[in-house]
Write a protein that binds this ligand. Structure first.
Ligand SMILES: [Zn+2]
Length: 260
């Protein structure tokens, strides 16, 4: 994965596994349509209770294969210490110049974890900076055409959903490679699932390690969430995104999702 890989889509997130959990289905789907997709992780997740940097690097590389990414880079900023600074904005902007993504996916600005919030703000500013000719960056000025913000559980101001019914199982498989994070309570079951075709119902039942709330396993959370979002738009599973602009429609008659 060279540093100058041209991409169609670049997803930026604070920690390895954030991208898989939030917009992994959309990235799998877009790669399947022939888009060149990439991920920029800002930290190595070294402050996490479980696993070390090497383990998490290996997991991220394996997950990248499952997502079908053409590029994955890590800026090695301090985990739980991402600061909103000019040098961090420039570091991200340099990646944007190197990869020329038409579309950038950032975390939504409503966040529980301060790193996620910092990532959202830094990512937006980096997209802007990358387009300034006089910015202290290498390469030609470039600005992505579109920024979309993926939902991280806290916000409900969705602008649109992406149908990931066909990609949901693969998304779970990408998350399941993060054994250091989610495999502790049900590792054997997940290892089994990874060896052959993932048995989704078993994986969801296994729960995986609890996240956010005691008793809420990661796979259960992902399943409930994607299914609920899907039901809102009449598909099995979906991921939700917010944009700051309005959507322009040519023919309102062809808009998907029934009103009644
Ligand atoms: Zn995170």
């Amino acid at each position: 994965m060279s540093e100058t890989t041209p991409l169609d889509i670049l997803a930026i997130a604070a920690h390895p596994d954030d991208i898989e959990i939030t917009c992994g289905g959309t990235l799998i789907k877009m790669a399947g349509k022939g888009c060149r997709t990439g991920a920029l992780d800002l930290t190595r997740g070294e402050m996490g209770t479980y696993g070390d940097e090497k383990m998490r690097d290996d997991e991220a590389a394996r997950a990248a294969e499952i997502l079908g990414l053409s590029y994955r880079q890590n800026l090695s900023l301090p985990d739980s210490g991402i600061e909103y600074t000019q040098s961090n904005k420039l570091a991200i902007a340099q990646v944007i110049r190197n990869t020329h993504p038409e579309l950038v996916i950032l975390p939504h600005w409503r966040q529980r974890h301060p790193d996620h919030l910092a990532c959202s703000r830094l990512g937006y500013d980096a997209c802007f900076l990358s387009g300034l000719k006089k910015a202290a960056l290498e390469g030609e000025a470039f600005r992505p055409r579109k920024i979309i913000y993926v939902s991280y559980f806290r916000n409900t101001d969705y602008s649109f959903m992406v149908d990931i019914s066909d990609e949901f199982e693969q998304k779970c498989r990408a998350v399941a490679v993060y054994q250091s994070q989610f495999g502790q309570t049900s590792g054997d079951k997940i290892k089994q699932a990874l060896k052959s075709t993932l048995n989704l119902p078993d994986l969801i039942r296994s729960g995986g390690k609890n996240v956010f709330q005691p008793g809420t396993g990661i796979y259960d959370l992902m399943h409930t969430r994607a299914h609920q979002l899907g039901q809102m738009v009449g598909v099995e599973y979906a991921e939700a995104f917010t944009i700051r602009e309005h959507i322009l429609i040519d023919d309102p008659q062809t808009m998907p999702v029934r009103s009644m």
